[in-house]
Design a protein around this ligand. Structure first.
Ligand SMILES: NC(=O)c1ccc[n+]([C@@H]2O[C@H](COP(=O)([O-])OP(=O)(O)OC[C@H]3O[C@@H](n4cnc5c(N)ncnc54)[C@H](O)[C@@H]3O)[C@@H](O)[C@H]2O)c1
Length: 362
């Protein structure tokens, strides 16, 4: 085990917690569970069954009554049905208010485990063990939890900060390449909105950002978590500052809807950031060099920067339904420069359509 890096989130509030980052960190878990915990339910996806079982055995050997519950891989896990199944498991395990849940998996599992922890007995502790790049740099940090309904993604949820987050980078070894690349979109987003060193690192080491064990990857993950931790600490309940984390997401959510969620989130965010950059250029707020840098960095790690043409009516309708819209006014996070995020309120449809034309590939 290497020395973990420790990043604090929410200092000064009742719900402060630490994010640990390093290799071979699962041994740190008991320390984050808290002193009164006797029973622990570990929630993991099917693809991480062996790791889930090993974690359960490890906690059992340390005197905890540890249980595991397997959930489906991917978005299928984030359903009311799976949450109800887990409430049943919690009841049978007799998990009390002083016990804890561990959410080990990608963002779908950390969202689900957090939501179940928020609702069981009106709130029990959850320690998140994110295993995908996206979950480490985004989903597991910040306290937003939730499940999907037939009407849309993340429509039911709660703010429930974790008791701690363990980012064991060794977990990334088995992460499929497509998930790796998807997670890089959120890393690059952190670079554009707050920490341009991230962009320099990605551009200087295009190959090493694809491998899980390199020092560059650790630094990228630490820097991205720091960006999220700072924003979340300053804005614990998502009022205004936290909106900057949605850079690229308005157009991305529209793509995801139009594509019936067959696109990976990061791929959609990648095109969404190019769209937001083009909007900012059209609004006279962002210069050509920064817009072009979006395309070169994102394409350099294998992310898409274009979308198909002929979909404007559906995309526009989806953006108008976006949670971040206020009434009929569309709002976008845009950049005025690197690390200078701002807001573009109510751009007219011709401008929105012109930005779309610039991300169309045919
Ligand atoms: N709460 C938040 O603030 C927040 C922020 C961003 C995203 N999210 C949510 O996160 C979810 C996306 O997360 P994701 O991209 O991690 O997807 P995911 O959880 O579906 O994981 C992707 C796939 O990789 C598998 N996997 C994960 N880690 C693995 C590993 N180490 N080895 C092998 N396979 C592994 C998963 O089982 C799954 O099949 C979405 O539901 C999104 O809404 C939440």
């Amino acid at each position: 085990m290497s020395d973990p890096t420790r990043i604090s989130v929410g200092q000064g509030s009742d719900s402060a917690y630490d994010v640990l980052i390093g290799f071979g960190l699962l041994g740190e878990l008991p320390g984050l569970l808290g002193s009164g915990v006797e029973r622990v339910l570990i929630i993991h996806p099917r693809s991480l069954r062996t790791t889930g079982e090993a974690l359960c055995d490890g906690l059992g050997a340390q005197g905890f009554s540890a249980f595991i519950a397997e959930v489906p891989d991917g978005e299928e896990a984030k359903s009311a049905g799976t949450a109800a199944y887990l409430w049943g498991v919690l009841g049978r395990c007799a998990l009390t208010r002083s016990d804890a849940i561990v959410g080990m998996g990608g963002g779908t599992v950390t969202d689900l485990a957090g939501f179940v922890a928020a609702t069981w007995l009106r709130g029990v502790a959850v320690v998140q063990v994110p295993t995908s790049m996206l979950a480490m740099v985004d989903a597991a940090v910040g306290g937003k939890t939730g499940i999907n309904t037939a009407e849309g993604k993340n429509l039911v949820g709660a703010f429930h900060p974790p008791a701690g987050v363990v980012c064991d980078l060794a977990m990334l070894e088995t992460l499929p390449a497509i998930e790796w690349v998807s997670g890089m979109a959120e890393v690059i987003k952190c670079g554009f909105i707050a920490d341009p060193v991230i962009l320099d690192l990605v551009q200087a080491h295009p190959q090493s950002v694809r491998g899980w064990h390199g020092p560059v990857v650790r630094e990228l993950i630490e820097r991205s978590i720091l960006v999220k931790a700072r924003v979340v600490t300053a804005d614990l309940k998502e009022s205004s500052l936290r909106e900057i984390l949605n850079y690229g997401h308005t157009f991305a959510h529209a793509i995801e809807q139009v594509e019936s969620y067959s696109w990976r989130h990061g791929a959609a965010v990648s095109v969404g950031m190019v769209y937001a950059a083009e909007l900012a250029r059209l609004a006279g707020r962002l210069d050509d060099a920064v817009v072009d840098r979006h395309r070169s960095i994102l394409a350099g790690v294998g992310l898409p920067t274009t979308y198909r043409s002929g979909r404007w009516p559906e995309l526009y309708a989806a953006m108008r339904r976006d949670k971040k819209s206020r009434g009929s006014l569309l709002r976008f996070v845009v950049l005025d420069d690197l690390a200078r995020p701002g807001r573009l309120e109510g751009p007219d449809e011709p401008m929105l359509k012109a930005a779309y034309a610039r991300v169309c590939r045919d």
